[in-house]
Design a protein around this ligand. Structure first.
Ligand code: PEP
Length: 265
């Protein structure tokens, strides 16, 4: 069973993608701890590359910052060269694993079925699957945004019970906003987050829909974090490029907490 997430809001997380060596990861986390001078930043997590997970875990010891991973194989063990399993991540103290990211879907051709099996593996081993859904620019242009995110969500969660859905975290990440500098407006994000919450209510329960965390990701920066995270249905942010320096990440976390944070409890 994944330990429940603390009720703190917002949740602000970063995936470093394929960035930061072990030495750089150590320096980042040390700086992060220096900058985290108060407890008003909500729940913060970091997703390093596999090679730096143990460094991040050790440097974060005794802090409230959580860590996780950027991928997992659906099997627990076996002849899967180059892959990493959920028990291996759990052993490293990971609490989250990001799944369904658009780079995995598009660059590595992960299908909805692959993602569903990874979600199930994460849940089996006490990890919170952080499921990303989002439409491309062309899909939005064609008016398919809701259809696309709904299809991704239903497929990834197929067969899960309400209790398993409750241990998940969602991220709405419009593909056209990832790494482009073009964020969704708060109104665009609010519309999709509201839609997703309605689906969670249908797939699990009203209570789960209220408590499930739905993060927004896609070109979140210090100057738009507060406006996005103050939207009632946006429970936090998932940040890529703007959080590759600890200072940027903490600035975003503080801005999100000051405008969008604990008042949403
Ligand atoms: C991401 O890749 O999930 C992401 C949100 O990246 P960026 O913040 O750089 O758009």
């Amino acid at each position: 069973m994944s330990p429940p997430l603390s009720p703190q809001r917002p949740i602000i997380g970063t995936s470093w993608k394929m960035n930061l060596t072990r030495g750089e990861a150590r320096a980042y986390v040390r700086r992060l701890r220096e900058l985290l001078d108060d407890d008003h930043v909500g729940l913060v997590f970091v997703l390093p590359p596999f090679t730096a997970i143990d460094v991040v875990r050790d440097e974060l010891a005794g802090s409230a910052v959580l860590h996780g991973a950027q991928n997992v194989h659906h099997a627990d063990l076996g002849a899967h060269t180059g892959e990493v399993s959920a028990p291996m991540l759990a052993e490293l103290g990971c609490r989250f694993v990001i799944l369904g990211h658009s780079e995995r879907r598009h660059l590595f051709r992960e299908t909805d079925d692959d993602i569903a099996r990874k979600v199930a593996a994460a849940l089996r081993h006490g990890l919170h699957p952080l499921l990303c859904v989002g439409e491309t620019a062309e899909e939005r242009r064609q008016g398919l945004t809701f259809t696309v995110v709904e299809g991704q969500l239903r497929a990834a969660w197929a067969g899960l019970g309400a209790d398993e859905i409750a241990r998940s975290v969602l991220a709405y990440e419009p593909v056209w906003a990832i790494g482009t500098g073009l964020n969704a407006t708060p109104a665009q994000a609010a519309e999709v987050h509201g839609y997703l919450r309605g689906l969670v209510s249908e797939l699990a329960s009203k209570e789960t829909a209220q408590s499930l965390r739905i993060l927004y990701g896609g070109s979140v920066k210090p100057d738009n974090a507060a406006a996005l995270t103050q939207v009632p249905d946006i429970d936090g942010a998932l940040v890529g490029g703007a959080a590759l320096q600890a200072q940027g990440f903490i600035t975003i976390a503080k801005k999100s907490a000051s405008r969008g944070g604990s008042s949403k409890e």
